[in-house]
Each structure stands twice: as C-alpha cells, then as structure tokens.
Design a protein around this ligand. Sequence first.
Ligand SMILES: *Cc1c(COP(=O)(O)O)cnc(C)c1O
Length: 460
Amino acid sequence: MSTEKIPYKIYLSEEELPRTWYNVRADMKTKPAPLLNPGTGQPMGYDDLRPVFCDELIRQELDNDTREIPIPEEIRDFYKMYRPAPLVRAYCLEKKLGTPAKIYYKFEGNNTSGSHKLNSAIAQAYYAKQQRLKGVTTETGAGQWGTALSMACAYLGLDCKVYMVKCSYEQKPFRREVMRVYGASVTPSPSPETEVGRRILAEHPGTTGSLGCAISEAVEVATTTPGYRYVLGSVLNQVLLHQSIIGVETKTALDKYGVKPDIIIGCAGGGSNLGGLISPFMGQKLRGEADYRFIAVEPASCPSFTRGRFAYDFCDTGMVCPLAKMYTLGSNFIPSANHAGGLRYHGMSPVLAQLYHDGLMEAVAVEQTKVFEAAEQFARVEGILPAPESSHAIRVAIDEALRCKETGEEKTILFGLTGTGYFDMVAYEKFHDGTMTDTIPTNAELEASFARLPKVPGQS
Ligand SMILES: *Cc1c(COP(=O)(O)O)cnc(C)c1O
C-alpha cells in the first residue's frame, strides 16, 4: 500500500468508523491528578460528583485503567452524520511553501457546529438521556460548544440551557440564533438568574463575563434543578476520551498508506482536540513502540502551558467546581480580548498537563496577528476558511514546514484543523483593517494571579 500515491483526501468508510474510544490514561505511568473537593482537599469519588455530572460520565472520568471503551451504537449512528472526518494531504500548501515537508491535517469542521466539539456533545447528551434526565446545563464562550451541545440535545430530545459569556452573546448574535434553532435556551452570563451571577454582578457591575463565571452559573442551575446535570466541553478526562475518535480515525487512515508522522500539532484551549488527536500516538510513545514530537499551540495572550503553574486550581471563577491539577494562569486571570475565544481559558486538561510535565509533549505560544497571517495563507491555497483557534495549529505547522525548507528535511507534519471561521469575520475584519493587536500579559500580572491560587495541603 505504501507505494501508492497518497490522495488529497483520505476518507474512511462508515464501516471503518471506530468502535471504541481510546483512553490514554491507561498507558500513562504517572496518572493525571484526581479532582479535589475544594472544601476538604480530598479526592472526589463517584458519590461526590453525582450531584453535578451524569453517572456514566463520572465512571469515564475516574477510569484511569480501561484502555478501550466501546462507543454505543446510537452515538456511532450520530457520528455517521459527519464522520469519519477526512484526513487531508495539504499538497497545495506544501507547494505554496516550497517545502519538502509532507503536511497532513484532520478536518473536524464539517458539521453545523463548525468544530470537533460535537464528538463529545453527543456522547455526553447520550449518557444524560440514558439516565432519564430532563436536560443539561453548560456554558459557552465563543459559542461552538453551546452549538454542538444544542444539536446533540435536539437529536435526543433533551432540554439544553446554555450560559453564554455576555460579550460573545452580544457580539455573536448569529451563534446564539443557531443554538435557538436547535431549541436551546441561551442566557447571557453573568445573569441575575443565579446566586453566583448576582454576586458577580454586584462585585463587578458592567462586567462582560468570562468562561469561568458562566461555568459557575451553569453548575449552580444543574445542582439546584431536579433532573438536570452539568456538562463541560473540554478539560475533563471524559472529554479527551470522546475526542480520541479524532486520533483513532487519523491513525487508521495513515496506517492504510504506511505513513508515520514525525510531528503532531494541535491548538490548545482546554486541551480536548489536541488530547484527542494525539491519544493513540501518545499511547505508542508511552508503550515505547514509536516516537513522535507533540506540540501544543496556545495564544500568547493566554499562555497556560508556557507561562502557567502546574498546580491545583479552580475550574471556574465562582469557585464552586472541584479543584483540578493543571497548568493554570489562575482562575482569576482574565485574558485580554483574543479572537480565538475557544482558547481563552485559564487552565488545561489534567491529562495533557501531566504529559507536558513529564516531558512527553512540547508547547509554544503564538501571537494573534501571526496566527491570522497563517490562517489567510492557508485559506487561499487549501480553500477552507479556518477558525481562529485552529489557525494556531496552522501557524506552527507552517513554521515547522519552513524549517524543513531550510534544512531540506522531508518531515511528515500532522495537525488538527478543528473548525471553520464563518462566525469570526469580525476578527478577520480587524486583521485586514490593521486594528488587531497582540496583548501579552506581564510577569507582574501573572504573579498577582498565581498569588491567589488555592492553598492545597501537600502542594507547593
Ligand atoms: C473550542 C475550540 C477549540 C479549543 O478547545 P480544546 O478543548 O482545546 O480543543 C479549538 N478549536 C475550535 C474550533 C474550537 O471550537
């Protein structure tokens, strides 16, 4: 097979759609640190998490040992609406760059939500439905997760309450409307509807909200409304598990043609697409079967990996959620306005945090104007209009390909193209008008935020 010319797009058949998710934690020597109860500092077990999360999802969250977890047939049927997703050999980009590198990208934008988030949304909605719940609550920043969850809930007949960061609610009315097409209720956060929302509004009148604040509101509503649970679109172990479908499909497609990537790149907000893409490859590395370079790309305005602390922190601003050990900028850190809304989160998946801490993965931070330059270069040759989040990965893939041009190395570069940017035209407009800026937090700002990290016994 390996002598065959590689097609521009490798499509798997529906038959080849994976039957199991791959749980990379099973192969990790150092497991990700457990979630802690913020009151007692003790690890949270199944019973502690039940008021907040769906039962089966808690089992998945806590399962560090089962390597393969079967994907229920109903979820596979839903996946077939938009999966298997194509793996594209970026011949046009390679030619344009004049690089000897071979570039591949896995395209996850081929569904109405416009991103990979639907992969976990349908799984989480499915387990909520199985538990006979009435509905779920969540937060959304840029709107992709809320859209994905509303689609999944509509399909299964579940109620969906979305708390949307107020500035996005106002700036992205079309995203909000898509969610309403799928029957979700969308509330701007902070809202006067919740106790935590009222508290935040009293403390910070006129605030335009943050993801951490919207999480607090959604959790409060889930825990105080009978028949509801809270669901989260990134960061958690269970979300990385669901997103492993990205990596498993990619590996199946590459194996068919005998292709082995040297470098695997993904943008990192909470870490779910990157974690999902690299999982099966990381598994090989952990088992000593193969070696790869993994690169997480984050915005310079919100540099959790490259400048954050590896410490326990709150996942939300209202401090109602469990503590998670991650690379964090502090739950009080409010990143400057950045057009990659999906990457503006103060923390990072505990799985990826541990892998990074153990030296199994690298990270780089990039500035947003450089990201949009790469986005436009990509759009003009490959056709797809990329999401600003995804374009972080494009930036670093191009940089690595240009390095190959200098050295003459024919490396194989794989990156995750997580979504499309049709709802981000204001950002593209600013880029074209030359009014886009790059804001990088100062060390003093970060130190002030680190000083407010929670004190956890046994943590320095
Ligand atoms: C949400 C989002 C991301 C970042 O989230 P991760 O959990 O880090 O994957 C990246 N790209 C797009 C298009 C998104 O919507």
